[in-house]
Design a protein around this ligand. Structure first.
Ligand code: ADP
Length: 401
């Protein structure tokens, strides 16, 4: 009997040695089965010697389909990946290990996964067959998270880039419209002078042409102002100058201008008794002009537009009604967006930039008012805004009207 000695120098019997070995084995397999990563021990011929419980759990398999089988054949050859084969062969031939080999694969049963493989040669006993220990880590979630973070980073940087471009575009609009305004103003002044001269000279034909030219110059000036103001609104630089003014006085002034330029429609006015309102006279005038010119523009083939004012419950409401092309319910909120214009065979034929309502909505909002649209496609629209009569800032007072 071969006797061995333990740490205390006592002699060990074969039985004690076997007992110790069994204990060590139980200890080792206890550790291996506790490890959360799937582990595989392979013979040099790629036959599986053993796997841990995590392997069974991860790949939803059992001992019958695993131990004693060739690793490349289990699970319908799902591990038969040429690069893995090459690496395992290389380990046996020269290297002792490989690290972090990433496998992206559609595994049977568990589906698409990304696995990180690490392997090393196990020297169990000298001159015996060398085994390979293969550790498998499922990094699908980690990779997906990394991809998500990358995507989010990309979105953040794209947003930043787009904001930069939007700022550049706003600056361009601002400079361009500012620069366009000066020459247009002097063209307008010269055209008016010429119209006057031709009138005095009695040249009716030239006066007619110049008056048409003046209308077009006004339209151009309006477009330029809209562009400039829309960029100011975006930049929070659209200034308001509020004063007390006679509301009907403003409505009538706008009506005079609109009636002067409109050849196709009659504008019927049903105005409530006038009152003073505290706000930006010019800007509210612009909202009324926008609503009237839209009502005329988007109601071809009809001949009446109605403007109505009422004041009740400390509110002043102005509405403009047309019997034109109307707006689908789904588009009614969108038309207040910047550059939004309705699409369609008919809608596409009307000129415009899609800025009027965007600017009007800001003006009404800045007076604590609200906009309202009632419309039916093909039947017509009623656009209205209501403004609170601010008793503290400026007592509402009725004047003769
Ligand atoms: P623009 O008239 O210059 O296009 P607006 O901002 O004033 O710009 O109007 C935005 C869009 O709303 C228009 O392009 C048009 O499609 C729609 N719209 C505005 N007013 C009316 C209306 N009275 N009837 C039908 N559609 C309208």
């Amino acid at each position: 009997m071969i006797a061995d000695t333990d740490v205390r120098g006592d002699e060990k019997t074969d039985a004690t040695q076997i007992f110790d070995l069994k204990g060590a084995l139980a200890y080792a397999s206890g550790i291996i089965n506790t490890i959360r990563e799937p582990l595989v021990v392979l013979y040099p011929n790629e036959i599986i010697s053993s796997v841990n419980s995590s392997f069974y759990k991860t790949f939803k398999t059992d001992i019958r389909h695993t131990v004693g089988k060739n690793i490349f054949e289990i699970g319908n050859n799902q591990w038969n990946i040429p690069q893995l084969r090459e690496l395992l062969e290389e380990i046996l031939a020269k290297k002792t290990s490989f690290y972090d080999f990433e496998v992206e694969h559609n595994f049977e049963i568990i589906g698409h996964k990304i696995m990180l493989l690490n392997a090393s040669k196990l020297i169990i006993r000298e001159n015996s067959d060398q085994m390979i220990l293969l550790a498998i880590e499922d990094i699908t979630e980690r990779r997906n998270l990394e991809k998500k973070i990358e995507k989010e980073k990309y979105i953040v940087s794209e947003n930043k880039r787009l904001r930069g471009l939007a700022r550049q575009k706003d600056e361009f609009f601002s400079i361009a419209s500012h620069e366009l305004r000066t020459p247009v103003t002097s063209i307008k002044a010269y055209a008016q002078l010429m119209e006057k001269d031709f009138e005095e000279a009695g040249n009716k034909q030239a006066v007619k042409m110049l008056s048409r030219m003046n209308v077009q110059i006004d339209k151009l000036a309006f477009l330029i102002t809209d562009l400039l103001d829309a960029t100011k609104i975006e930049a929070g630089q659209f200034k308001y100058h509020k004063t007390n003014f006679d509301f009907n006085g403003l409505v009538n002034e706008v009506l005079d201008e609109m009636r002067f330029v409109t050849r196709t429609h009659t504008i019927e006015a049903r105005l409530a008794k006038t009152l003073f309102f505290f706000g930006d006279r010019e800007r509210i005038g612009r909202v009324i002009t926008n609503l009237l010119s839209n009502a005329i523009k988007y109601s071809p083939g009809t001949n009446t537009v109605i403007i109505n004012t009422i004041h009740e419950n400390d509110q002043l409401t102005l509405s403009v009604e047309d019997s034109g092309i109307g707006i689908l319910k789904s588009d009614q909120k969108k038309i207040f967006g910047k550059f939004f214009r309705l699409k369609g065979a008919i809608a596409d034929t009307f000129p415009g930039l899609g800025l009027g309502l965007f600017i009007s909505a800001d003006i009404i909002k800045r007076h604590n008012g609200i906009f309202n649209v009632q419309s039916k496609s093909g039947k017509g629209s009623v656009f209205s805004f209501s403004l609170p009569l601010d008793k503290v800032a400026a007592p509402a007072m009725e004047i003769a009207g």
